[in-house]
Design a protein around this ligand. Structure first.
Ligand SMILES: *Cc1c(COP(=O)(O)O)cnc(C)c1O
Length: 397
């Protein structure tokens, strides 16, 4: 099919839930993708932080090929070798003790919410159920996850929403302290908010949040669906703060492009799920887990992480240089290769101009350009992207 055939068929048969660009991508290799008309693009969207190893990473492709010809799926009523191998590498490289596998970020957060409530009922008392989340957060699209997501635009007309959530401004410790009641059981947050605008939690704030949770006996839940798994130069974003969560959700990059999510927890918390309490038919199935094991084995590598940090600093400096050239750039945000540029002009025309010059980026919040390239990107690729941006921005000034 060519581009217009794909779009026409899609418009006829697929629900209209995405503000899609008028293009169809049909091939990817490393940091590049190609559309159905043969145009090549440098990909700084990376499937929304999913393709951290680039497109069609040979280790992931080989693991999927091999597993697909051996065993695609069996139920979790049996032990699954690739699943336990992936569990081992995640746990041995994190501060958490046990993992539950599912299929998406929303499902991981749904599990996190259920687990927090189970823990609260067991250890805190019958009236402890409330979870405090942050303005501009994003936790996914299931009913509980979208209720945890403190952005009214996503909740419109979905009422009645599940109860037990309360929202506070991000990076505002006094507001959080104020919001805690006798019903509070947990604080849930992204260490670096993605969809909400690449907003980084302040170091001091994070220390205080952790201390508050310890003092008040609250669970701390980190949603690392986007910022986790090497994206910021550490395997997990919490490592930047020296603050450990009790529960953590992962997804996006976990299986190198294959759909998968995971929920990790400290031992005492994890034990609150007993047989029958939580399940997922596909969660951690052999194919997804084999892809995940291949991907996480690379993402957790110390040299790989060092390389991400170095390239992140290089990219960040290049963005700072842009900021000093263009007065409509307000700030450079983020960490590692999860970066953003705040702008006072409209972000969408910049995104469109980048596209026409062969660079894929996207905009989040209202006016933030977000850059989440594959972590395997080279400095030359970063230079190429920055040159395109500079070219476009100089036409705006
Ligand atoms: C993408 C995202 C989710 C939702 O993940 P899905 O796989 O789309 O359900 C949740 N939390 C964060 C931080 C995300 O970036």
């Amino acid at each position: 099919m060519n581009t217009s055939e794909i779009i026409e068929t899609g418009q006829k048969y697929v629900m209209n839930t995405y503000g899609r660009l008028p293009m169809a991508l049909i091939k990817g290799q490393g940091v590049h993708v190609w559309d159905a008309d043969g145009n090549k693009y440098l990909d700084f969207v990376a499937g929304l932080a999913v393709n951290s190893l680039g497109h069609c990473h040979p280790a992931v492709v080989e693991a999927i090929r091999e597993q697909a010809g051996t065993l695609l799926h069996v139920s979790n009523i049996y032990w699954i070798e690739p699943q336990v191998k992936l569990a081992q590498v995640l746990i041995e490289n994190s501060a958490l003790d046990k993992v539950f596998f599912c299929n998406s970020g929303a499902e991981a957060n749904e599990g996190a919410i259920k687990l927090a409530r189970k823990y609260a009922k067991k250890y805190m008392g019958p009236d402890k159920f409330e979870i405090i989340t942050m303005h501009q957060s994003f936790h996914g699209r299931t009913l509980a996850a979208i209720t945890a997501t403190a952005q009214p635009k996503y909740q419109k007309d979905l009422d009645p929403l599940p109860q037990g959530f309360k929202y506070v401004p991000f990076n505002d410790f006094a507001a959080l302290e104020e919001a805690i009641t006798e019903n509070t059981c947990a604080v849930m947050m992204e260490p670096i908010q993605g969809e909400g605008g690449v907003n980084t939690a302040d170091y001091e704030y994070m220390q205080k949040v952790k201390q508050l949770c310890v003092d008040q006996n609250l669970l701390l839940i980190f949603d690392e669906v986007q910022c986790g798994l090497a994206r910021t130069g550490k395997l997990f974003a919490y490592e930047h703060y020296g603050v450990e969560p009790d529960i953590m959700s992962l997804a996006k990059a976990i299986a190198g492009g294959f759909p998968m999510g995971a929920l990790l927890a400290k031992q005492k918390v994890a034990e609150c799920f007993q047989p029958g309490d939580h399940a997922s038919t596909f969660g951690g199935n052999p194919l997804a887990a084999a892809a995940g094991y291949a991907a996480v084995s690379i993402l957790a590598d110390k040299e790989f992480l060092k390389d991400v940090t170095e390239k992140g600093l290089y990219f960040e400096q290049k963005l700072q240089d842009l900021k000093s050239k263009f007065s409509f750039i307000t700030d450079v945000r983020g960490k590692g290769l999860m970066l953003g540029l705040g702008v006072t002009v409209e972000a969408k025309p910049i995104v469109d101009s980048c596209l026409s010059k062969g660079l894929l980026i996207n905009a989040v919040a209202v006016n933030v350009l977000r850059f989440i390239p594959p972590l395997i990107i080279s400095k030359e690729d970063i230079d190429e992207a920055v040159n395109i941006l500079e070219d476009i921005m100089s036409q705006i000034n």
